[in-house]
Design a binder for this molecule. Sequence first.
Ligand code: UN1
Length: 506
Amino acid sequence: ALAEQVNATGEKLLAGNQLATPLVPGAVPSNAFLPISNPADHRQIVGQWQPADSATVEKAMVNAVAAQPAWDRTPPASRAAILEHAADLLEARTAEYIALCVKEAGKTIPDSVAEVREAVDFLRYYAGQLRTSFNPEPLPGPTGESNQLQLHGRGVFVCISPWNFPLAIYIGQIAAALAAGNAVIAKPAEQTNLVGYRATQLLHEAGIPAAVLQFLPGDGATVGAALTADPRVAGVAFTGSTDTARAINRALAARDSAIGVLIAETGGQNAFIADSSALPEQLVKDAISSAFTSAGQRCSASRVLFVQDDIADKVMTMLAGAMDELKIGDPGLLSTDIGPVIDADALKLLEDHAARMNNEARLIKQTECPEAAAHGTYFGPRAWELHSLDQLHKEIFGPALHVIRWKADELDQVIDAITASGYGLTLGIHSRIDETVDRIASRARVGNVYVNRNQIGAVVGVQPFGGQGLSGTGPKAGGPHYLPRFATEKAITINTTAAGGNASLL
Ligand code: UN1
């Protein structure tokens, strides 16, 4: 029933020629229209979008600067109530947002359901934290003096979000930035402007003032670069590639203005380590789900499975068998396990990687795509056996798994090789030996460790998500330290004696 509802909503969407335009009060609309195509079938046009021009970027900045102080003075409980209202609206319109994620981002229905769930969770989590932790806190001090610690928005925050979680991460970043009292300018990935546009409208409907949250679609080189170079920007929340995070960091640092804050969640070269005590059936099931769910387009996904040599042949045979069972196809069908990758550029990177791997490594399995996939950007899941992690360079973003064997006395070397990659996002461990689990978990320099389960799908408030090193700056999204990073602290001290005029704070 859900699939039918989603597909009916999706058909209506396609028929309605959806349009995503900048949401910037007072801006003059441009005449440029760019098509949005369905990754599962690029002949299908889902809608159109209008990139923001430089006059619109400037207008957004002026609006945001003017609107932020009043938003910051809005009591935390009132800001929280708006975010909670947005969560209710989103839940009530789940089918519409699932359809958008399926049609614009090529996400499967289960992935899209999880996406809406996570967005709702982010709204409620930050709203809850706002209610409990953002009220002025009285501090101790000598008699005749009153001290108070307050949290305020930093000013204008820019949120730059990825296409792989077009709703959850888009809303998660914005919800935190707004909760803390900032005005927000949101620039989603170009591939998923429609989801961003509709989510922004929903937040406005819930009560966020139009100038406090503005939607600014555009490409990274023009809109993104103009925003991050602007001295009026207090901070940037970014999820995407490590290279782009570096460029943003440089742009913020180069400004002749206040030192900007960067909260970045970037890539991973995530490993899964299994020793000979692992249960092969469970290991293969968890490795498949970690490597191939969402067509492997998660920064949390498994890229390298390190398996102890005693069980390696058995695991690889089982892996090949299980990969044969994967259903690749239309993300709008509930039976589909793996949908398309996002676009032709992503597919090209994967195909180039596959060509190199076919030369340098042993192909364990290539799952074939059905004929119907010819019009979409599909990449059949693949697994190769490598002899060293050095054979992988940058993050590979798609359904590609690499297997490396290790011998009993090589465990520390395996962990050190993972650390040497520089990335530090997720790590999976499959072992029934407590000492081994402990040794790996304590030595590894990563943000999220998952033991005897899959290594994706962090739940807001349960598994705060984010990494270290090349994988990001922290703090972890959906954890207690994320929201405070969007705020600045102000301590107020008042002389309350008669000499101070008996002043007090409201
Ligand atoms: C990302 O892929 O950009 O745990 C990060 C997970 C997700 C990953 C999101 N929270 O699988």
